[in-house]
Write a protein that binds this ligand. Structure first.
Ligand code: HEC
Length: 111
């Protein structure tokens, strides 16, 4: 007997392949941190205390080049920058989500 022209299983596989290929186009865009914007934000808001080299310019600041204060997950750093710590001011309402994510990426370049 001659095989049918349309093989259902094969067609289904092809359709599934098409859906997979199309996925990147229909998936929501994710935000990729921009280290250059992070540097701008750092120079505007952080450098006065943390120094242009990340080693700290006032007493009590961590030395980022030694990883001080940076050995924690991004989410913890994010919360820290938003809420502040002792002499470190809170940046909630000053920096938006993207600016904080960018500045975290920049902080990590010191270590
Ligand atoms: C007024 C000075 C000042 C400014 C401005 C400042 N910081 Fe800080 N920051 C500090 C001090 C002081 C500490 C140490 C706090 C402590 O551990 O008591 C600190 C600590 C930190 C830490 C370590 C937190 C931890 O969990 O130990 C990070 C990360 C940090 N600052 C990031 C930033 C970023 C990013 C900015 C700019 C958006 C910024 N800081 C602006 C003074 C400042």
């Amino acid at each position: 007997m001659k095989r049918p022209c349309i093989n259902i299983a094969q067609t289904a596989r092809h359709l599934a392949g098409l859906v997979l290929l199309a996925c990147p186009c229909i998936a929501p865009t994710t935000y990729a941190a921009d280290v250059f914007k992070g540097k701008d934000t750092y120079q505007t808001y952080c450098e006065v205390c943390h120094g242009s080299n990340g080693q700290g310019s006032i007493p009590g600041t961590p030395n980022f080049t030694r990883g001080q204060g940076l050995l924690q997950p991004d989410l913890a750093l994010y919360n820290r920058i938003e809420s502040g710590k002792n002499a470190m001011p809170a940046f909630q309402g000053v920096l938006d989500t993207d600016e904080i994510l960018d500045v975290i990426t920049y902080l990590r370049t010191f270590f």
